[in-house]
Design a protein around this ligand. Structure first.
Ligand code: MN
Length: 254
């Protein structure tokens, strides 16, 4: 196996960091945690700039990658799924929405593996025709508290609620579990699931927290609403999501 086959190139999208006057020009940034966990799984990480409307350059990057990783981040502009912005919808990043929706559609069309976390799972759903809750607490007042953000000393690896894992799903096979405790750092969520996606993890309030392609489709496409990259030390099974993603990228590369 060549080095390229052993360690596939994984594209990781970024987020716009607005300029801080007299300190910092406008930047593209991403949490180190995703990169570190993917490198531990033997990926070569390729952090992708948000060159909005420069489709040719983005395509050039895409063609050099073997798989796509979609990280967490700010809210998705509701215009992406044909809705008007409501007051509870937070800040969005148009360059990031544009870049990720395009990369996701390309990867799905080509059968490149996709692993998507939190906002990433929402992008995946929107990219293929689904919609989101702009704010779960406002639109689903009966829901669990999902916005357990790590403030006031709380930790990113704090387990907030369980999800039920669908038997026979890729996620179920990977984790070998029917119920999984997860962290929960999101205030948006999947509302209408896109056709072509199937729910594979669901919270007790019915919120969809894990998606895959329909069972007849064996391309590696997995989105989870929790943050497995923050849980690999407290629950080593979470590493299997990254390992399986890289194994799929390796297989596609060959
Ligand atoms: Mn949650």
């Amino acid at each position: 196996m060549t080095e390229r086959e052993r360690r596939p190139v994984v594209g990781i999208t970024t987020q716009t960091l607005e300029a801080i006057p007299d300190q910092l020009p406008r930047c593209w940034v991403m949490s180190q945690r995703y990169v570190q966990v993917l490198v531990a799984a033997e990926a070569i990480p390729w952090v992708i700039p948000l060159l909005e409307h420069d489709e040719a350059t983005l395509r050039g990057i895409y063609e050099r990658t073997d798989a796509l990783f979609l990280p967490g981040g700010v809210d998705i502009d509701p215009a992406s799924y044909g809705e008007a912005r409501r007051p509870a919808c937070g800040r969005s990043d148009p360059a990031r929405d544009w870049t990720e929706l395009l990369l996701t559609r390309w990867a799905l069309a080509d059968g490149k593996p996709v692993l998507a976390v939190c906002r990433g799972a929402q992008i995946l759903n929107v990219a293929v025709g689904g919609t989101l809750y702009q704010d779960v607490a406002v639109e689903r007042p009966d829901a669990l508290k999902h916005d357990q953000f790590p403030i006031g000393g709380r930790r990113r690896d704090e387990l907030s609620h369980d999800v039920r894992i669908a038997a026979g799903s890729r996620l179920g096979r990977l984790l070998d579990a029917a119920v999984l405790p997860v962290n929960s750092m999101h205030h948006q969520g999947i509302a209408r699931l896109a056709p072509g996606l199937t729910p594979v993890a669901v919270a007790a309030d019915g919120l969809i927290e894990g998606v895959e392609l329909v069972p007849s489709d064996d391309r590696f496409v997995l989105g989870v609403q929790w943050h497995p990259e923050d849980l690999v030390d407290v629950d080593p099974r979470m590493r299997r999501l990254f390992d399986a993603f890289i194994a799929a990228a390796r297989a596609v590369r060959r």
